[in-house]
Design a protein around this ligand. Structure first.
Ligand code: MG
Length: 379
């Protein structure tokens, strides 16, 4: 790997990731005149095809169900906004944090977790399917725009942040990127921030979307301490304003409470272990986190959403249907790869290749492809 040029960023902590301590890119490239290496990574992610597809991929609600619900794209933008604010407050690398956030869900299949589970089932005998590894596969291999290499040739630390988790067995095949799962060391603080910014974003926007869709009710949410205390504080301050505004006032308070708690706890964890270098961060335990009380409150919210929104009967009906779409497409293409569009055919037409094709589909494209292959009336 090449080493990057010296890059002094005022106000950044000595243990933040920078061009000075980066492990660099896999393929040597000339440096950009006006952009840092991590600005460049972020820009490459935004210009990728996989990023544009996030607009039409399910977060919780299938894309055509409503124009105001979150999609993978707006979710990723909310994660980036939250993560970037935390990184700035902690003197860390904002550009890297933004790059990881924007790329963290690139590998998601159509139809959210239902799609991923279905594809994982289909790939059971061929190494499985995991969206995290798929995000890495996209930035390392599947994006094919650059003349001199496959993938986006991102810096090591961006790729490391994208690979949030992986089994020790898989890690063994990933070279330097897999090392930390084997040695049990940590990723950068920037990567740790993205993991929790993801949780802060989805818990809060799923409450918002859940209420908007009427799958969740205020009565149910008032049972949850984190919601209730912020709802009460908003009502206290504004009294009888309309419900949408009060919900928004509650959610912005919850996000703010979680973010401030995370920044304060992380600062105190950092000051306790006095890291000087990025290597010290890798050798410490996880330093980015909530207080115990906030961790519990957030966990209760997660459980509540899991039981009441993600397993709501209307969501489950959609889940069932979308699993079938993914399963049908996989079997059809595996049976006869000649049905793949010519641009997607390869010499081997392996199951992994079929999984790449399906994982790359947007919700609406998968539904269209399913109709093309299975709707007898449309011959
Ligand atoms: Mg996410």
């Amino acid at each position: 790997m090449e080493s990057l040029t010296l890059e002094l960023v005022p106000g950044m902590a000595s243990y933040a990731v920078s061009a000075n301590n980066s492990r660099g890119r896999r393929f040597t490239e000339p440096h950009s005149v006006y952009r840092s290496e991590f600005q460049r990574d972020r820009d490459r992610i935004i210009h990728s095809t996989a990023f544009r597809r996030l607009e039409y991929k399910t977060q919780v609600f299938v894309n055509h169900e409503g124009d105001h619900f979150r999609t993978r794209l707006t979710h990723s933008l909310e994660v980036a906004q939250i993560a970037r604010g935390i990184a700035r407050a902690l003197g860390l690398n904002e550009d890297l944090t933004e790059a990881i956030s924007l790329a963290h869900d690139l590998g998601h299949t159509p139809f959210g977790h239902a799609g991923q589970e279905a594809l994982n089932d289909c790939m059971r005998d061929y190494g499985g399917f995991e969206h995290n590894l798929q995000s890495l596969r996209i930035v390392d291999k599947l994006e094919q725009h650059y003349a001199s290499f496959d993938g986006l040739n991102l810096c090591f630390e961006t790729r490391e942040g994208i690979l949030k988790h992986c089994s020790v067995e898989t890690a063994g095949h990933l070279g330097d990127l897999g090392e930390r799962f084997i040695n049990q060391t940590q990723a950068s603080l920037e990567a740790q921030i993205c993991n929790l910014a993801d949780e802060i974003a989805y818990n809060n926007h799923d409450i918002d979307d859940g209420l908007r869709s009427d799958l969740l009710s205020l009565d149910q949410l008032e049972e949850i301490a984190l919601f209730e205390r912020n709802w009460a504080s908003a009502k206290n301050e504004y009294g009888a304003i309309d419900r949408r505004r009060l919900v928004h006032e509650t959610i912005r308070r919850m996000i703010n409470a979680l973010v401030c708690n995370l920044i304060e706890m992380t600062k105190s964890n950092i000051s306790r272990c006095v890291p000087r270098t990025l290597d010290d961060i890798r050798q410490s335990g996880v330093l980015v986190g909530f207080s115990e009380e906030m961790y519990d409150a957030q966990l209760k919210m997660k459980h509540f959403l899991s039981e009441n929104l993600y397993q709501h009967y209307e969501v489950l009906r959609m889940t069932r249907k979308t699993r079938r779409i993914v399963g049908d497409l996989f079997s059809a293409f595996l049976d006869d790869p000649r049905m793949l569009p010519p641009a997607y055919r390869t010499e081997d037409n392996s199951p992994r290749h079929v999984a790449d094709y399906i994982a790359g589909m947007t919700d609406r494209y998968a539904m269209k492809e399913h109709r093309r292959l299975f709707a007898v009336g449309e011959i």
